[in-house]
Design a protein around this ligand. Structure first.
Ligand SMILES: [Zn+2]
Length: 266
């Protein structure tokens, strides 16, 4: 039997509901019990658990870590846990007791590198929350802007970063996404067609003449939350001198000691 791709599975389930995807309705329709409770701060965001005596799945969601019914984080956590239920080999492993009720710790900027099953559940969550066909329609024929990503993220009730990552994966306008903490680049992702591979200092310090640079070096957030012109030579390791003056746009959001930037060619 051919295994259905995760994105197809998630999109099919999403097609039975309306946007924003009502995750608790999905759980209810599947007979899954979802319990929101305070499970402490240094624990987990969500856990899916199978109880063989009752032949029932339980999803525990940790409110102490900001996972509420209507919070963006809580929604992503629940969608991720639903992935463990809907993806056949995850569910079978739980039913057979082969997969421990496992701990999902949410990465605020949507990257979960540790385990294959975590990546699969994240892929499921992104496709369930932002079904491909509608999501494509929201961007088709529109000029990319940070505000456009923001408004689409609000429509689907997902975080800005989750929406930007989904946008990047669907390969419209080539973008680079950069998440930084305390002035250091924690990770960057890019579309295959993005013209440059690396930031100016690689994954070291944040480049100075950028919006994220202003945020960390000057403590200045006045250029955040708007499309700002930046130059290729300031942002990236360019391949030829004449590329340095190429204009790019940066849309940066800052929160405490974190920034998340989307960069694309003007
Ligand atoms: Zn998980």
């Amino acid at each position: 039997m051919k295994i259905k791709p995760i994105k197809t599975l998630a999109n099919e389930i999403a097609s039975l509901y309306t946007i924003p995807i009502p995750l608790l309705d999905i759980a209810e329709d599947e007979g899954i019990s979802v319990i929101y409770d305070d499970y402490g701060t240094d624990t987990f965001d969500g856990i899916t658990w199978y109880e063989p005596q009752l032949d029932t799945f339980y999803i525990h969601v940790n409110t102490e870590r900001g996972n509420f019914r209507d919070s963006l984080k809580g929604r992503f956590t629940l969608a991720h846990e639903l992935g463990h239920y809907f993806i056949d080999h995850h569910r079978h492993a739980m039913e057979k007791g082969l997969m421990q009720p496992h701990i999902h710790c949410y990465n605020p900027f949507g990257r979960n590198e540790n385990w294959e099953i975590e990546r699969e559940a994240d892929e499921f969550a992104a496709n369930l929350l932002m079904p491909s066909a509608q999501f494509l329609d929201d961007f088709r024929g529109q000029t990319l802007s940070g505000q456009l990503i923001r408004s689409v993220s609000e429509k689907y009730k997902v975080s800005f970063s989750a929406c930007a990552i989904r946008y990047m994966r669907l390969n419209f306008v080539p973008v680079m996404l950069v998440y930084s903490q305390n002035g250091k680049v924690k990770w960057q992702m890019r579309s295959p067609d993005f013209p440059f591979h690396r930031l100016r200092y690689g994954v070291g310090k944040v480049p100075e003449n950028t919006v994220m640079g202003d945020y960390f070096y000057q403590g200045d957030s006045s250029c955040c939350n708007q499309d700002e012109i930046v130059y290729a030579g300031d942002c990236f390791q360019t391949y030829r001198v004449e590329q340095n003056k190429l204009e790019f746009l940066e849309y940066c959001i800052g929160y405490k000691n974190n920034t998340f930037s989307v960069l694309w060619e003007k």
